[in-house]
Design a binder for this molecule. Sequence first.
Ligand SMILES: [Zn+2]
Ligand SMILES: [Zn+2]
Length: 188
Amino acid sequence: MSTTQAGWLPADIEPPEKGTTMTTNTRAAEPGPSAYLAASLAPTPRNIASAAEAIAKITATGWEPLSGYPGSDVLWRVRCLLCGWEGDRFFSHLRRGRPVFRHPGCLPADQRAEKLAEITQRLKPSCTCVFAHPLTREDARQVLDALAEARRLGDGPGLLICLARLLGPCPAAAARSQAVQAAQTLES
Ligand SMILES: [Zn+2]
Ligand SMILES: [Zn+2]
């Protein structure tokens, strides 16, 4: 009688490798570089530094970016953390941080300060994210160098990881922004 292979499991199915999943908090399942920096801006250290600063500033005033930083005077998709409203705003307007006008239909002005205090309490001087963000000049420099190398090699996934570390959501976005500003002037 001939032997049979019936009962063998298909050998061509491999389980997913452990530890390869990258979580970037509330981002879409498969973000591209434009989730962090608009496609119109090249991921140069200078643009990354501008974006990190903008993200830190709007984070501190109760806004969450819903798309990559597009530049100061281009409409940016954001969410108001005071009330959940989503829409387009110019960073050049947001950075003035005037609580007088946020967007149509936000909380009444007299309730905003309390809500904003509640939100900013969650911000921290240190990164507690599973996916660590650089908070020192040296660490930020390393990530900027890795990003430059990924660009040179056309390494898409590598580029994305660097962008997520430099510009992804982080409760220590302010400290990270300072690290990136400092790193930008450091020789690699
Ligand atoms: Zn609002
Ligand atoms: Zn973090």
